[in-house]
Design a protein around this ligand. Structure first.
Ligand SMILES: *Cc1c(COP(=O)(O)O)cnc(C)c1O
Length: 643
């Protein structure tokens, strides 16, 4: 177990809840090993009380102390000072390996400074916390109310401590309503060192069991990686991973901004946004807040014959980004692959209803990737991923991504073709291969001239290139069907949508019920996922994300010449938040360098998952400057081994 996990935050339901009493009892019992830190103090300092009562306890100096016995933020203001930000307080924690408890002031929602509440500091510190309350009349209401308020802020104490006469009814009720364990400690009658010591002695069993509860049973570290990984390897089948993979999976215990916190204490940069899903950053507060709020009242509800405001809002916001905001339609599904299936079915059904049932052929492009369901596999037909399953695939052909080749193909096979599917500007899984907006424009124009549907797979490209849709970089590209998934909910929950133009919709807009679109999944239009998508699209509408794309791109641009000139590098490709470095190596997707690069990058604190000989990064929008540079440094480290 890590030493610094032995830190604990003491919160109180209010000012006189008994925080100092708890600290004194805890330290009287554990004081030879535990220290004490109260970052902000007003009036007669608690640190001094601890020092006098328990001289053996190591007391760390407060960040600020004010003589006036009012809230720290007010006391500071009255003497013309300010309380530092959450970030600054986090940075000034005593850097010691010994355990210590951190005592807060007032209640969790007391103001910390002019803009932040204390709860934000508590959340940022990420240590186990206990909530102390007096056991006097009203304890149940005080504790339940306070914890529910804290939970709506994404935070929950690990245990409750009631101070005062033992009240088994209150203990039971609190646990019943909150699912949190309650511990009871007595209230000293005298303020004296010997009184605290003797009460701590008589409460030793309770104090020890609280200690074990916080730091043993309930802690993640207890399940060491040595235990979980072998269990995982016996029962779990991971995607796109050999069952004999030499590299064990990373055990992730929490995620935050661009980081994954691993069980063994390492914190690594998620440089590929968890398979391109995470848009802003992990546990992005506005999205997590939405998830908490909506999940209080709504779980999953059927989407056939029922609806909810979140789905409607997502459909409206997405259609607003197309040329047919009023006549188009949004069809929901659960993942990128099914969004593609929906597009293929809709395209074919249109032809069938026009009396051209022979048009069951789709055209995809070499290096394309559209998902792992049958229709999706058929249009990309990657020989490594899907070669063995070839006999089961649908009718589709792959051609080089070149307007002339498309034109030739449509001239010969045009009467059989239903549509053409493309990843606009960047073919992701095919190795971050890029083409220009002009090429995309010409491809659309050729589809139009042959009268076949033009289907944009924006599942990876939406937002990543700096435009809402990557295809908006071209002057006049207006797909008939647009598929979106990965970042739609900001990456928090799975959701996908297929947007259909009025030309498609008209074939289904009939009183004949046999002409409905017979497609749907159990979880279609899941309200929680839709609420997240609605919130995400609202955030996206404000436009600040474009600045973040430009910021990331400018860091990539700085390093392009250097990466490009490296002798091991075949080509560097970059667009928006995407940076791809293709090295000279044989083996394509299965290239030996891939797993080796993964290990080398991890040693530098960066989690990469190379696509064979293509090392790439596509970090979340909020990735810090320092992390972007670390990603570059990790890529350079990989290249050095090829010199
Ligand atoms: C990931 C991806 C898909 C498939 O989405 P899933 O949610 O993984 O099924 C389809 N198309 C593109 C371009 C993708 O990147």
């Amino acid at each position: 177990m890590k030493q610094n996990s032995f830190r604990m935050i003491v919160l109180g339901t209010d000012t006189d809840a008994g925080k100092s009493t708890f600290s004194l009892l805890w330290l009287a019992h554990f004081g030879s090993t535990w220290g004490y830190w109260k970052p902000f103090q007003t009036g007669s300092p608690d640190s001094e009380k601890i020092r006098q009562a328990l001289p053996e306890v190591k007391v760390y100096p407060a960040i600020q102390h004010f003589a006036e016995a009012v809230a720290p933020a007010l006391a500071a203001q009255n003497v013309g000072q300010t309380i530092p930000s959450v970030q600054a307080v986090v940075a000034s924690q005593p850097q010691v390996s010994e355990p210590y408890l951190i005592e807060t002031f007032g209640g969790p929602f007391s103001p910390l400074n002019h803009s932040e509440l204390q709860i934000e500091l508590v959340r940022a510190l990420e240590y186990p916390s206990i909530l102390v309350s007096s056991s006097a009349v009203g304890a149940i209401g005080r504790v339940v109310g306070q914890v529910k308020a804290m939970r709506s802020e994404g935070f929950s104490p690990r245990a409750i401590v009631l101070i005062g006469p033992h009240d088994p009814y209150a203990e039971r009720e609190i646990t019943k309503h909150l699912g949190i364990k309650v511990f009871s400690l007595p209230q000293p009658t005298l303020w004296s060192s010997s009184e605290y010591r003797s009460l701590a002695k008589s409460s030793a069993v309770t104090l020890d069991s609280l200690h074990d509860y916080l730091f043993a049973e309930s802690s993640f570290e207890q399940r060491s990686p040595n235990d979980l990984i072998p269990r995982d390897q016996k029962v779990v089948w991971h995607p796109y991973t050999s069952l004999r993979d030499a590299q064990p999976p990373l055990e992730v215990v929490s995620s935050h901004q661009e980081f994954l916190q691993l069980a063994d204490g390492r914190k690594v940069i998620d440089a590929f946004s968890s398979w391109w899903t995470i848009l802003h950053g992990h546990c992005y507060p506005p999205l997590m807040q939405t998830l908490r709020e909506v999940s209080m009242n709504l779980d999953h509800v059927v989407f056939a014959g029922a609806t909810h405001r979140y789905a409607v809002e997502v459909a409206e916001r997405l259609l607003k980004q197309t040329r047919w905001p009023k006549q188009g339609r949004a069809f929901f599904s659960d993942n990128g692959s099914t969004a593609i299936e929906v597009a293929l079915k809709l395209a074919y059904l249109c032809w069938s209803r026009r009396g051209e049932k022979q048009r069951s052929l789709f055209i995809g492009f070499e290096n394309g990737y559209h998902g792992d369901t049958f229709g999706a596999m058929s249009i990309s037909r990657d020989p490594i991923y899907f070669g063995e399953i070839e006999p089961m695939l649908l009718r589709a052909i792959q051609i080089p991504l070149c307007p002339n080749r498309l034109d030739e193909t449509l001239k010969t096979k045009g009467s059989e073709v239903a549509g053409v599917v493309i990843e606009p500007l960047v073919q992701g899984a095919g190795g971050m291969q890029m083409h220009t907006p002009q090429t995309l424009q010409e491809i659309q124009n050729i589809c139009r001239s042959h009268g076949v549907f033009f289907i944009a797979d924006e599942i990876m490209t939406a937002f990543r290139t700096g435009e809402f849709w990557a295809h908006q970089a071209a002057v006049d590209v207006n797909p008939d069907l647009i598929c979106l998934s990965k970042t739609l909910t900001g990456g928090v929950l799975p959701l996908a949508v297929t947007l259909a133009s009025p030309e498609i919709v008209q074939y289904f807009d009939t009183p004949d019920r046999s002409k409905s679109f017979f497609h749907g999944h159990s979880f279609t239009g899941n309200p929680l996922a839709c609420a997240l998508a609605a919130r995400n699209l609202e955030l996206v509408d404000r436009g600040d994300w474009k600045k973040e794309v430009r910021r990331i791109q400018s860091v990539w641009n700085q390093f392009l010449p250097e990466l490009q000139s490296h002798p091991a590098v075949r080509e560097v490709r970059s667009l928006g938040t995407i940076l791809a470095v293709e090295v000279h190596a044989s083996g394509g997707y299965l290239a030996e360098v891939g797993p080796r690069f993964r290990t080398l990058a991890l040693e530098r604190g960066v989690f990469l998952r190379p696509l064979g000989n293509v090392l790439y990064a596509m970090p979340p929008l909020q990735t810090s400057q320092q992390s972007l540079e670390k990603i570059i440094y990790a890529i350079q480290g990989c290249l050095q081994t090829l010199e």
